[in-house]
Ligand binder design. Sequence first.
Ligand code: M6R
Length: 589
Amino acid sequence: MCGIFAVVNDKHNSSAQTVLEGLKKLEYRGYDSWGIAMKPKGGQVLQVEKHIGKIGQASTSLPAGSIAIGHTRWATHGGVTDTNAHPHLDCTKQIAVLHNGIVENYQELKAKLLTQGHVFISETDTEVIAHLIEEKQKTAKIETAVFETFKELAGSNAIAVLDSKTESVIACRNGSPLVVGMGKDDYYLASDVPAFLKFTNAVHFLLDGEAVILTKTGVSLHDVETHEKKNLVTQHLDWKVEDAEKGGFPHFLLKEIMEQKKTIPKTSQINGEELKKVADKIKIHKKVVMVACGTAFYCALAAKYFFAQSGVQAQTYPAYEFLPFAKFCDKDTVFIAISQSGETADTLIAARNAKKAGAYVVAVINARGSTLERLADSTLLVGAGPEIAVVSTKAFTSQLATLYLLAHDVGGNIVTAQKNLKHLGQVLEGWLNQTLLDKVIALAKNILSHEDMYLIGKHLNYPSTLEFALKIKEASYIHAEPFAAGELKHGVISLIQKGTICFVLAGNDEVKNEVLSSAAELRARGGYIIGIAPFQATEFDTTIQTPDVGDLTLFPNVIVGQLLGYFLGVGRGTDPDKPRNLAKSVTVK
Ligand code: M6R
């Protein structure tokens, strides 16, 4: 995944600066290198600036001009070098190309272009696009050349092309997201809305197979296949500029963790009718399959327990393991795909297969205008607002709260479920504060130097253990291994020795005593036991006490893991917003 941003008819004639600032908002999409191409005022030749490393504090010395494009890269083909950073130019240096995706047939295209005399500078798949457009433009208008080039690219791709001669930006989408922002006389194109939210909230999300041409007189929408013009309809998003800012917090991650006081209870005020529609389908068919990746998959695992409480046996699969089981989907299946971004390649592939098999596809998503939203028969937007940190937090809890509501709607208990979430919101208001942060900081300092940690939980607190561990791994790079408490005796306990850090996640529920017995077994082997639970226990060496909110106790339990991952990361000098090697959404298989 990479970030694309372009501005046309920049208000202050400082397009390169505008693009640089917009790219900083997209850095979560890729942060190994960045670059900008622009046309200087009065000049003919495009000017380009590219650098490896993070864009955070960068500035640009590119000159004044009203049109520019830029890119933040998450490398796939070609190492992390200035040369491989985007934009890539054609031989004439009149055409600059940005790309998000993988050109699967680039070797073949490159071989042909080499025989035609084109000179390649980088090792990327992207550069073939610039030369292919150059070749086609010899006999066609630039937009025709771009559309026809795009049609030749195999794979999921989005491209944006700056043409110096016509002073236009032309972009096409197939798989990777693109959104147009309509200012008054200024126009924007980006992989995600936060890049231009400061200028406009009037947007059009491109569909697969659509293209846009941005010039200083406006934006036109086209069908890539036929080139025909289409009607461009804009919608106004209710997102505020502050949603995409740190708002006084040192990192987006901490801001987004703290926002959960509001985002979790918000879920009970949205999706009313759509929720009922999906619940009614499940009531008829009772065949539920949930699929997702990473954190969203742990959400599916937790939701499975909520469905069980409502008498529904839901199946869960990590999306990348779903294919052998797709054949069991049919017209009686309600297939729930959970995804923050709605762009995760494996989740999309699974959803497409389920749909092909006749399933009714429900998307539980946070980002707007995504591919998953488009292909779903029904969408539950979880309303957590922009999640910028690569480590997912508030999207997870909003997705889980939404599925909690859905499961209870199926069980005929929606009103109680709504009340419970409202109550959880009130409890979080009082608990998720500086006192808690101080406790978590003290714990983080205490265990900072450990390289291995183990975690156990049971039933609802088993998936929360998986998510807790993932937050520690992603944000601090500490090895944190989660297990079902019941698994301990079957081999895992051999890992425990004197001083081993062991977290025990629990609730005041029917398995509390079993979990405490497991904690005692860990302690007997010398483990240092950290209880994450709404009670104190003699089996714990230390405790971060969470509020007792019944079945919803896994929410505060996971929040402790989010905070601990964050503070361990800060303590160990990582960048918690942008962990090494990760991208916010994985749009490639
Ligand atoms: O956008 P998605 O929810 O589909 O993304 C799924 C995973 O890639 C994502 O949850 C990932 O595990 C995060 N890094 C978790 O913090």
